[in-house]
Design a binder for this molecule. Structure first.
Ligand code: NAD
Ligand code: TYD
Length: 334
């Protein structure tokens, strides 16, 4: 199995590469990543000398490069994206470029090189926002994206499906809920809050803290993707979630308690524009058809995750200081 992973220097992609190299002795992985602010080759320090792993710095929108790389692999697993909602509110253009044009560039290369197997990693945010008592999202939920981030991911999902229907490209899509775990960029809720508290800084809660997300440990997301790539039905979508809906205030309280701190460390700040109220996932299809379900409970996962950020302070301190962008230059002599 030779896989082109896009965006493998980011949070989920780097966990996925580690997972695949641990699980499959005969896998070869080519990681194509532009190393935007979110990309960090230090996430892959553990595998950088593994003979089965290759890193290519480049843009998924670069049609020639993408075509050359796709030629040599049998499967593409596509993570690369602009992924942070708050950034998409400030400037949407890079979201459309990478998430829509970049996905199209990869689809074209997959089609032009003998219809390569293509797995697209997407988000539950494409389905919009739920009320408190609404049923959870499933594969039939109509798309209703409400942020520039989720709108651009919805556009990419539609293109992936269009290449299946129009060109017979062998695709699958997974729409997953909020991930947490090691190597998550400390602009997202959990790593931001844990790293702030380690430094004695307050944590900014948007609005009243009553927005709800479903949380899945990143390793469980990796195992779900692996299952869909190997056993998923071509042309199908699979929703992936952690059965762990929590309000942002509940998450904050769990972190504060685990770190022996109290509500004095909370700072309520202005709400995010267009802040989606609730996401929730119904895992019935992936469980029934592929036998996948989350293996880590939220309580276990968050405890391990807080521990990881306490034990790996250099990793996130280098990001907060900007030093992480030097790592690539040192390791790759550029
Ligand atoms: P991330 O922001 O941590 O990583 C994105 C990676 O993509 C970075 O390494 C970045 O350098 C790379 N990248 C960005 N633009 C690129 C380009 N033009 N060419 C090549 N590489 C580029 O994101 P993440 O949290 O790891 O998310 C990965 C994927 O999973 C995304 O598609 C996201 O939509 C999806 N997803 C994320 C979550 C979550 O909770 N984080 C949940 C569901 C789905
Ligand atoms: P985030 O980690 O950005 O993921 P997403 O917006 O993709 O769900 O945010 C998770 C939730 O936490 C979301 O409801 C916004 C909220 N949030 C805060 O309250 N404060 C913060 O500083 C951040 C980054 C997020």
């Amino acid at each position: 199995m030779k896989i082109l992973v896009t965006g493998g220097a980011g949070f989920i992609g780097s966990n996925y590469i580690q997972y695949m190299l641990e699980k499959y002795p005969n896998v070869t992985i080519v990681n194509l990543d532009l190393l935007t602010y979110a990309g960090n080759v230090a996430n892959l320090a553990i595998v950088e000398n593994d003979a089965r792993y290759f890193f290519v710095k480049g843009d998924i929108c670069d049609a020639k490069l993408v075509n050359d790389l796709v030629k040599d692999v049998d499967t593409i697993v596509h993570f690369a994206a602009e992924s942070h909602v708050d950034r998409s509110i400030m400037d949407s253009s890079s979201f459309v470029h990478t998430n829509v044009v970049g996905t199209l560039t990869l689809l074209e290369a997959a089609k032009n090189n003998g219809n390569k197997r293509f797995h697209h990693v997407s988000t539950d945010e494409v389905f919009g926002s739920l009320g408190k008592n609404d049923p959870a999202f499933n594969e039939s939920t109509p798309y209703d994206p409400r942020s520039p981030y989720s709108a651009s991911k919805a556009g990419s999902d539609h293109l992936v499906r269009a290449y299946f229907h129009t060109h017979g490209l062998p695709i699958t899509i997974s729409n997953c809920s909020n991930n947490y775990g090691p190597y998550q960029f400390p602009e997202k809720l959990i790593p931001l809050f844990v790293s702030n508290l380690i430094d004695g800084k307050k944590v900014p809660i948007y609005g009243a803290g009553d927005n709800i997300r479903d949380w899945l440990h990143v390793r469980d997301h990796c195992s779900a993707i692996d299952r869909v790539v190997h056993e998923g039905k071509i042309g199908e979508t699979y929703c992936v979630g952690g059965n762990a809906e929590r309000t942002n205030m509940q998450i904050t309280q769990i972190i504060l308690t685990a770190m022996n701190m109290n509500d004095e460390m909370i700072e309520f700040v202005d709400d995010r524009k267009g802040h989606d109220k609730r996401y929730a996932i119904d895992n019935t299809k992936i469980k029934a058809e592929l036998g996948w379900e989350p293996s880590v409970t939220f309580e276990e996962g968050i405890t391990q995750t807080i521990h990881w950020y306490k034990e790996n302070q250099k990793w996130w301190r280098d990001i907060k200081s900007g030093e992480y962008q030097e790592y690539y230059k040192k390791q790759y002599s550029v």
